[in-house]
Write a protein that binds this ligand. Structure first.
Ligand SMILES: NC(=O)C1=CN([C@@H]2O[C@H](COP(=O)(O)OP(=O)(O)OC[C@H]3O[C@@H](n4cnc5c(N)ncnc54)[C@H](O)[C@@H]3O)[C@@H](O)[C@H]2O)[C@@H](O)CC1
Ligand SMILES: Nc1ncnc2c1ncn2[C@@H]1O[C@H](COP(=O)(O)OP(=O)(O)O)[C@@H](O)[C@H]1O
Ligand SMILES: [K+]
Length: 487
């Protein structure tokens, strides 16, 4: 797992580690990793014999200290380093002394004429952003924000120290101006904001520098991403003793006369989720059987459909004459249940909490907003907080779709999917995801694993599908995605 820890936990681990080591060791390790990453990026420029010039943006905390010590290392290699000090009286004294001793310059931003600043930034091979790290609160303050804007306008590549300045490390929220980076060099552990949008979008590539923190961090992270190997290990595989019933049967209650396609797409995803069989119950049975002849179809409601190991309900229920009954029946079923789309409308938390079997809800931001009674923008700007709130409120596993797909249980780490692509934002692709996750539930995966594995495969299929991707194209690419994991 790629793991991320919140600031409070990082600080506690750092204090414990610092107590065992000579003063300055951690910052020295951080600066060494940062300088190495910068030098690597500068190398192609040096090869063309252009003069490498680095500008450091230095805030009043230890994030600025990291930048100054890294700058000193670069200056010792003959690189021209200018540090722009946002708070000269609070700039890390030892860091500034080291930079100056190595031949670099420290300049108070307030003392630089606008024209000189433009020249400095215009000539920079790269800008190192040490304004704020885990100590940053809210969006950048005015002076820092103005500087950040000028840096962005200069077009110089920005290397963020620990985090892009202005993002919230714990939640991935961005509440004001921020300085977007080409590369973020982070120390000791990832922070949630480096994995979750909108902050993640500002981080560029992320490189983790080991400063010896890992053994001091708790076993359970706050946010984590499954690795491809972990996803592969969770994929259901038939054995010699398997038959279609033992592999799991998924029931699908989706689609309507108005939206038969949703049924076809949900079943399509389900058939690629490693189940033995899919039972479809509903008015779109003719469309389903025409497209997926391997499906066991019936025109009635879930209670009339026969035994299954899990249900998926909701996509395209639309004008289904018995939509309410369908949702009531699957809620009452004593098997794992995935609710999506129309089944989420007006869903009563108490009814979900009362279920004895696991429930997986898969809202997009709009559906999540309706369930929480907030604006859609609030969900999109605070995805991590929103998904945790929903999981808590419903006592269920929640997969929040969108630019970063998150899977949360009422307690424990939130899983982030890293394979997504905006090409998945196409009509019906969520139906495919529901079917796929439902198939994995029926095959016996826990709700959290089913959600995370489905999102991972769905993202890979989104990349593998012919461009521009369609929901059917994503469905057809799922076996390729599956095989890319299993070899
Ligand atoms: N504690 C440790 O052991 C280590 C810390 N390290 C570095 O130290 C950083 C944390 O240092 P600090 O706790 O000093 O905090 P930061 O340096 O991240 O931020 C605090 C500074 O930023 C200013 N600031 C806060 N919010 C701002 C905003 N919205 N706009 C403009 N300025 C703002 C504050 O006034 C203060 O000067 C880490 O992110 C990492 O870069 C590393 O050296 C590794 C070791
Ligand atoms: N910007 C984005 N980046 C990555 N994935 C996205 C983005 N926007 C949407 N998606 C994904 O596309 C799918 C769309 O699902 P959904 O909103 O339910 O659409 P539909 O109801 O048409 O099927 C989800 O898997 C979601 O995570
Ligand atoms: K920073």
């Amino acid at each position: 797992m790629r793991t991320a820890y919140r600031v409070e936990t990082v600080r506690a681990a750092e204090s414990a580690l610092m107590a065992r080591l000579p003063e300055g060791t951690l910052m020295n390790r951080a600066a060494a990793g940062l300088a190495a990453a910068c030098a690597e990026l500068l190398r192609p420029g040096l090869g063309r014999r252009t003069v490498a010039r680095v500008v450091l943006l230095v805030g009043g905390g230890d994030n600025g200290g990291d930048a100054l010590f890294a700058g000193a290392r670069l200056a010792r290699r003959g690189i021209g380093v200018n540090a722009l000090l946002l708070a000269p009286d609070r700039a890390h004294p030892a860091g500034l002394a080291a930079l100056r001793a190595a031949g670099g310059r420290g300049l108070a931003v307030a003392d630089i004429a606008p024209g000189a600043l433009t020249t400095l930034l215009g000539r920079a091979s790269m800008v190192v952003d040490g304004i704020t790290g885990i100590g940053g609160r809210g969006g950048l303050r005015p002076v820092a924000a103005e500087l950040a804007e000028r840096v962005t306008a200069s077009g110089a590549p920005v290397i963020a120290v620990d985090l892009p300045s202005g993002v919230d490390a714990d939640t991935g929220e961005v509440r004001g101006p921020v300085l977007p980076a080409t590369l973020t060099v982070t120390f000791g552990t990832l922070k949630p904001g480096l994995l979750v949008d909108p902050a993640r979008q500002h981080a560029g590539d992320v490189r983790l520098v080991d400063i010896g923190l890992r053994p001091l961090l708790p076993v359970e992270p706050d946010v984590a991403a499954l690795t491809p190997a972990e996803v592969a290990a969770l994929l259901p595989r038939p054995t010699g003793e398997s038959d279609k019933y033992r592999r799991g049967v998924l029931g699908v209650a989706a689609g309507s006369a108005r939206y038969p396609g949703a049924a076809v797409l949900t079943v399509g995803g389900a058939l690629r989720g490693g189940v033995g069989a899919v039972r479809y119950a509903g008015p779109a049975h003719a469309a389903v059987i025409a497209r997926h002849p391997e499906t066991l179809v019936s025109p009635g409601t879930p209670a009339e459909a026969g035994r299954v190991q899990a249900w998926v309900a909701g996509p395209g229920l639309g004008d289904h004459p018995e939509a309410e009954r369908v949702v009531n029946e699957v809620l009452a079923a004593d098997v794992p249940l995935l609710l999506d789309a129309d089944a989420l409308r007006g869903l009563d938390p108490a009814r979900v909490r009362a279920r004895s079997a696991p429930t997986l809800l898969t809202p997009h931001a709009g559906e999540a907003a309706a369930l929480l009674g907030v604006a859609r923008e609030r969900v999109e700007s605070s995805r991590l907080t929103s998904v945790r709130e929903l999981a808590e409120r419903f006592g269920a596993t929640v997969l929040l779709k969108g630019s970063t797909t998150l899977v949360a249980d009422p307690a424990g780490p939130v899983l982030v999917n890293e394979t997504g692509t905006p090409w998945l934002a196409t009509a019906g692709s969520g139906d495919v995801l529901s079917g796929l996750a439902g198939g994995l539930l029926a095959a016996g995966l826990a709700a959290r694993d089913a959600g995370a594995v489905a999102a991972h495969l769905h993202g890979l299929a989104g990349h593998a599908a012919p461009m521009p991707a369609t929901a059917s194209g994503v469905t057809d690419a799922l076996p390729t995605a599956w095989q890319s994991l299993t070899g």
